[in-house]
Design a protein around this ligand. Structure first.
Ligand SMILES: [Zn+2]
Length: 62
């Protein structure tokens, strides 16, 4: 599986965090993952092309 480590700011605590994103499929992906700092649920949405993340968005899940 092809993965890229994406760095971004948590929408709750504004800490810089990173997540591993699967870029092996070009389909739009959307899921919820907890912040590693404040443990709030973050809605992650992105699409990908081989080796690259496109249109990454991280929002509060509620
Ligand atoms: Zn956080």
């Amino acid at each position: 599986m092809d993965e890229i480590e994406k760095f971004f700011k948590c929408p709750y605590c504004f800490e810089k965090i990173s997540m591993l994103l699967d870029v092996s499929t070009e389909q739009m992906q959307s899921y919820i993952e907890d912040c590693e700092v404040c443990c709030n649920p973050i809605q992650i949405s992105y699409s990908a092309e081989p080796g690259k993340v496109k249109g990454f968005v991280a929002n509060k899940a509620q």
